[in-house]
Design a protein around this ligand. Structure first.
Ligand SMILES: [Zn+2]
Length: 202
């Protein structure tokens, strides 16, 4: 056991303003206080009450702990049962409210959006992933307007939108171009963020 395992951590942290109104994070560990300028603090992922709840020592199982996956297709009025997932379906954007409202009323706090378009044009750079009318973007806007308290997570993925079916940008010889792929995934994440405040799974 190393020394870090034997320390009885009693840590607290808070964000404060000093006398010059600059923002600091005040961090206290074992009675020693330290301050970190705001520009040095990574985003905490604490912006939403559900995210804060998930980072507590929760050991129970209830609706607050669960994420409901939504497979959103590009036919607005569609409800297409998924044979391999009994009881689940691909939904068009116009069907989201009827499907989601009973679950939110039962205590659901988070959904995860997967775009599964059937009709969208595919190309080598997955242009359809972040177009204004792509089903994931439309679903984010719809859910944010219907259920503003719901935490929305998005699968950031290129493969449903690429002509080659890979989740990235390829070089001329067919290998994955890592830098170009990361940049493209970042562009898609930005489009989803602009559609409505959300968190991402890449
Ligand atoms: Zn993918």
């Amino acid at each position: 056991m190393n020394k870090y395992n034997t320390v009885n951590h009693q840590e607290t942290s808070k964000t404060i303003c000093d006398s010059n109104t600059a923002l600091f994070s005040e961090f206290s560990c074992e009675g020693v206080k330290m301050q970190t300028p705001a520009e040095s603090i990574l985003h905490s992922g604490y912006f939403h009450p559900t995210l804060r709840y998930w980072q507590t020592c929760a050991t129970d199982l209830r609706p607050d702990n669960l994420i409901y996956p939504i497979f959103i297709t590009d036919s607005p009025d569609a409800v297409e049962p998924i044979g391999s997932l009994p009881g689940q379906a691909r939904y068009g954007v116009n069907k989201l409210e009827g499907m989601l409202r009973p679950l939110v009323e039962k205590g659901l706090k988070c959904v995860l959006i997967f775009g599964v378009p059937a009709k969208i044009a595919k190309d080598e750079r997955a242009s359809g992933a972040d177009s204004d009318d792509t089903p994931a973007v439309l679903a984010i806007k719809k859910i944010r307007s219907l259920f503003p308290e719901l935490l929305v997570a998005c699968d950031v993925c290129l493969c449903p939108y690429t002509s080659h079916g890979h989740c990235g940008i390829l070089t001329e010889d067919g290998a994955v171009n890592n830098d170009a792929s990361c940049l493209r995934l970042a562009e898609v994440a930005l489009a989803y963020a602009r559609a409505g405040k959300c968190i991402f799974l890449v």
